[in-house]
Ligand binder design. Structure first.
Ligand SMILES: Cc1cc2nc3c(=O)[nH]c(=O)nc-3n(C[C@H](O)[C@H](O)[C@H](O)COP(=O)(O)O)c2cc1C
Length: 363
């Protein structure tokens, strides 16, 4: 049934501009009667930052920016869904066209710039499904014109704490000028202090909501030292490595490869997996890692676990390979655990991290 959805949706969506196709997919998920994916094998269960995930394959932020279809995605077999990025006030984002498919490279470039329906629209949607169960994280970001960007993150934690399974503090979108600077030095330290303080304040009414930081794959290793150091000092619960890249490998073939924006999908895999391993060796188990960037097969997913992730997220590959990719990845994971005689995914996490960080830096 999921395969049938893909056979219909994939060729159709190729005829449309990328953003229109995305809008139609979200509508289809909202209104179409969807099948329940098969129950997950117990070996796929993961416990991370105090939450029990039925499987480790998550929908990355950016697909369901406005919290319209988290339950449809959970039903289709994702182990968790990250809604957002949500900003406090609604904002349009950049002018269209602003999403570009690179079919030859299996990549995507986007410069959406936090188009968000805003917290007032997203909150009631998540509140209405709060008793449905399932892990639905909320990815938060500052408004472009906010006079105090750190205050935007604090405000969003106050607003969404009662309905978010976890928070992702997005300081790594390349499409809001100056946002990535929040990953650096004193500002990053201040941001973490204020975010963790807001989370603690909200814990009386909402419980302790895990806080993850989503970083860019483009930070230098010196910057990564500081980021991990600050995250450890402030006891954040996890890190997502990472967001899209502003770099462009010379091997890219598509005509639109030089469009400005963040590149994701297959061309991001090597860089983001190396950065994941670099983060893992620095974190020394102090917090959990979510691997994102170019996961397009069971083998790519396995590489993320071996680099140090205990959970993975994907988005771009769904555009080229369809939703059945989620089932395929889960199957590969189960077969690998059985084949290697391992009890669970924990036994794979970080197995190759040290070796990966010793390799030459990827081009
Ligand atoms: C069209 C598009 C929109 C995105 N929007 C967001 C976003 O709003 N917030 C965010 O943190 N990441 C966003 N991302 C980044 C993804 O969450 C993910 O980190 C990145 O694409 C790497 O994963 P992938 O290669 O599997 O796509 C977006 C990605 C794409 C392709």
């Amino acid at each position: 049934m999921i395969g049938a959805f893909d056979r219909l949706a994939l060729p159709l969506s190729r005829l449309l501009d990328a953003e229109t196709a995305h809008g139609l997919t979200v509508r289809a998920l909202k209104y179409a009667p969807l099948p329940h994916a098969a129950a997950d094998d117990v070996q796929l269960a993961v416990r991370a930052f105090g939450l029990n995930f039925p499987n480790p394959v998550g929908m990355a932020a950016g697909f369901d920016k406005h919290g319209e279809v988290p339950d449809a995605l959970l039903r289709l077999g994702f182990g968790f869904v990250e809604v957002g990025t949500v900003t406090p006030l609604p904002q349009e984002g950049n002018p269209r066209p602003r999403i570009f498919r690179l079919p030859g490279d299996e990549g995507v470039i986007n410069r959406l710039g936090f188009n968000s329906a805003g917290a007032d629209t997203v909150l009631p949607r998540l509140a209405a499904r709060a008793n449905e169960g399932g892990i639905v994280g909320v990815n938060i970001g500052a408004n472009k014109d906010a006079p105090d960007r750190l205050a935007d993150y604090v405000r969003l934690i106050e607003i969404f704490a009662p309905v978010a399974s976890y928070f992702t503090v997005n300081v790594s979108s390349p499409n809001t000028p100056g946002l990535r600077a929040l990953q650096q030095g004193r500002v990053f330290d201040d941001l973490l202090a204020r975010v963790m303080e807001a989370r603690a304040r909200m814990s009386r009414e909402a419980g302790t909501t895990p806080v993850l930081i989503k970083i860019a794959p483009d930070v230098t290793l010196n910057e990564l030292d500081d980021i991990v150091g600050a995250a450890r000092r402030h006891r954040v619960d996890g890190m997502i490595v990472g967001n899209t890249t502003v770099t462009r490998a010379s091997t890219l073939r598509d005509r639109e490869a030089m469009e400005p924006g963040g590149l994701s999908g297959k061309p991001l895999f090597t860089l983001s997996t190396r950065m994941l391993a670099e983060t893992y060796v620095r974190a020394e188990g102090a917090f959990a890692l979510v691997g994102a960037g170019g996961v397009n097969s069971g083998a790519a997913a396995l590489a993320k676990f071996r680099a140090g992730a205990c959970l993975i997220q994907l988005y771009s590959a769904l555009i080229f390979r369809g939703l059945s990719l989620v089932t395929e990845i889960k199957q590969t994971l189960v077969e690998t655990l059985r084949g290697e005689g391992l009890a669970g995914l924990d036994d794979l996490v970080g197995a190759d991290a040290a070796a990966m960080t010793a390799e030459e830096w990827p081009d």
